[in-house]
Write a protein that binds this ligand. Structure first.
Ligand code: FEO
Ligand code: CA
Ligand code: CA
Length: 624
């Protein structure tokens, strides 16, 4: 830590902060975090492991611990490290054709843009496994968040061209592939009528309150209802009606504003637009140049719905869910059967959101309406006493009137961040993934880190220079449609010096991906700074927590410079799909293998983002 960096609070200060808040909480909301402080989980905890999961749930009989593997050590190896008795296969790396008859991957990166549009994109992120009838095969939807341009093209970013823009755009978006398990338990990508790529050139419909608004209209789309493509597809979420939500995150990187950055206080500044675009797309595609097409930017930053079971269907941007740097979207059913969607906005000091649909899912679908097009978007305020409130972002409410600069509800949604600023939401330490505990309905979400928090802390973001992040828990007491909630910090990540509440031998930093499996194991995937070992930086990792017993164990460590992200399982829990994103991304055209050569280890190849499948050698449930 630099001498001029504000020091984090000490462990005792944190404990005091938590204790004072806890004491103030009516009913004494007990949480699993207590277990990480050494308090037995049974001492007033919300529940105990016995009640987690239904009888016969894979891997979790009554009273048995959820975690049944020995933790692995931190690693700097150019490898995927797993516990003894586990193995993985590389299923779907960047450049793999979406069907076996598609264009083969060229390890010198000489595939064309047209090839790329029929192959796995780059930077695999959120994904979901939709079982087909036999349950040994399924449709796998995989997000491709971004690209490493230096590895995507044989000569990297040199001599930028329309062809390079086209290849880069084709490497973004979503893959829908059919995967099948053979008799030996291995998985393969199959020929399939469902296989397709959604890229930056796929026509996408704009739906919900912002569709057709003047701020959504462009020269190419004077009606503001149709846009080409989806980008920076970060994490994701399935819907109860078997569609796939893909979330547009770091949209600001792709648009060029001009040599001077936007003025302080402008909408563009609030949405992260600077004076540079690391993606040179604007040099060959004028829609990414805000000087000539200012509104194209407004058409990104949404949650996009894809129907994997209808390859002819047009994906939809669901504007009722707000516009931000969306991380993932978790859909549950509310009290009246309506869709409730939890979402984080991954930027320093941005917010956590919830959408509550206006009508029951079944009623909307019977009438041919989307359950995601009408409803109320809320943003979270975390009060110091452990309670919280969902603040509605509805035009006409105080702060959200025409006089306040919001002409109508569409503008509230297009400028969601400004609306959330206006109603007094709590600025958080970069909310990334959220997930819902299957038995209790509690919502957990990661605050990955925030080194820009140098001035002040609050109860929900208790560390200055929050280098390693924390995990939050929201309890709506069984009512996902509620406007009030209780909250607590589930854990503080990092090492002992940073005041972590995790055992030192399981130390980790920058929690990002977060997913409860069907029996309540909490999988934690990291992206960013990890606690050092003997002064050396460590690779990103994945851990599993039993939130009710307070157990946490490191399950996987990835290769250098990757992040671990994207996780889903086959219905039997015996095959776990995980994404390894951007391994070795410091590679250059001259030296593509500079920091990693995973997963091919070819002496003439290059590192590749990939979907892997993890299984147990004895065929058992992964993690159990
Ligand atoms: Fe795409 Fe915030 O991670
Ligand atoms: Ca992420
Ligand atoms: Ca991240």
């Amino acid at each position: 830590m630099n001498a001029d960096t504000p020091r984090p609070p000490s462990i005792s200060e944190l404990a005091e902060l938590r204790l004072s808040r806890r004491t103030a909480m009516a009913g004494g909301l007990a949480t699993a975090a207590a277990a990480f402080f050494g308090v037995p989980a049974s001492a007033g905890a919300v529940g105990v492991a016995e009640s987690t999961g239904s009888a016969g749930s894979p891997g979790h009989g009554a009273g048995r611990p959820l975690l049944g593997f020995p933790a692995v050590a931190p690693s700097t190896a150019d490898a995927v490290v797993l516990p003894p008795g586990y193995r993985y296969q590389v299923l779907y790396p960047w450049g793999h054709p979406i069907v076996p008859s598609g264009p083969a991957f060229a390890e010198d990166a000489s595939n064309t843009a047209a090839d790329q549009a029929q192959q796995a994109g780059d930077h695999h992120d959120g994904m979901w496994f939709f079982p087909l009838r036999d349950r040994r095969s399924g449709l796998l939807c995989v997000n491709h968040e971004a690209t490493t341009e230096n590895l995507l093209h044989a000569d990297g970013r040199a001599s930028w061209s329309s062809e390079k823009t086209a290849k880069s755009m084709a490497a973004h978006g979503v893959s829908v592939i059919q995967v099948e398990q053979d008799r030996d338990g291995g998985w393969l990508v199959a020929e399939s009528r469902f296989a397709r790529r959604v890229t930056m050139t796929t026509p996408i419909e704009i739906t919900g309150p912002a569709a057709g608004h003047p701020l959504m209209r462009t020269g190419a789309d004077p009606e503001g209802v149709r846009v080409l493509g989806t980008l920076n597809n970060c994490a994701s979420g399935p819907t109860p009606w078997d569609t796939y939500l893909t979330c547009e995150e770091t949209i600001n990187k792709y648009f060029y504003y001009g040599e001077q950055p936007p003025p302080p206080g402008s909408v563009e500044e609030r949405y992260g637009i600077g004076s540079e675009s690391p993606y040179p797309w604007y040099t060959t595609e004028s829609r990414f140049d805000m000087r000539s097409e200012p509104n194209e930017f407004n058409r990104f930053g949404w949650v996009v719905e894809v129907d994997p079971f209808d390859p002819e269907s047009t994906p939809k941007k669901r504007t009722a869910l707000g516009r931000m740097e969306h991380e993932n979207a978790v859909v549950v059913r509310g009290r009246r059967g309506e869709a409730v969607v939890y979402m984080g906005d991954d930027t320093q000091f941005d917010y956590f959101y919830k959408f509550v649909g206006a009508e029951p899912i079944a009623q909307a679908r019977r009438a041919g309406r989307s359950p995601l097009d009408e409803g109320t978007l809320y943003v979270a305020r975390f009060d110091e006493d452990g309670r919280g409130r969902w603040l509605p972002l509805v035009h006409g409410e105080p702060g959200l009137t025409t006089a306040d600069g919001f002409a109508d509800q569409a503008e509230v949604l297009i400028h969601t961040r400004l609306a959330a600023d206006a109603v007094g939401a709590t600025p958080m330490d970069r909310p990334e993934w959220c997930t819902v505990q299957p038995r209790t309905g509690a919502v957990y979400f990661t605050c990955t880190n925030n080194t820009a928090r140098t001035e002040s802390v609050d109860a929900a973001n208790p560390r200055l220079n929050n280098r390693f992040g924390h995990i939050m828990k929201i309890d709506e007491n069984g009512n996902p449609s509620a406007v009030r909630f209780d909250w607590d910090i589930f854990l503080l990540a990092g090492d002992e010096a940073s005041g972590a509440t995790v055992p030192p031998d399981q130390a980790f930093g920058s929690p990002d991906g977060l997913w409860f499996d069907s029996v309540g194991r909490l999988w934690i995937l990291t992206d960013g700074a990890q606690p050092q070992v003997d002064g050396a930086d460590q690779n990103n990792q994945m851990l599993v927590a039993d939130t009710e017993r307070g157990d946490i164990r490191r399950f996987l460590v990835g290769p250098p410079r990757c992040e671990i992200t994207g996780i889903t399982a086959a219905p039997d829990g015996r095959s776990l799909f995980v994404n390894i994103q951007h391994p070795g991304d410091s590679g250059t055209p001259e030296n593509p293998r500079a920091s990693s050569n995973w997963p091919d280890y070819s002496p003439t190849g290059r590192p590749r983002s990939a979907t892997i499948v993890i299984t147990r050698e004895d065929g058992g449930v992964v993690g159990a």
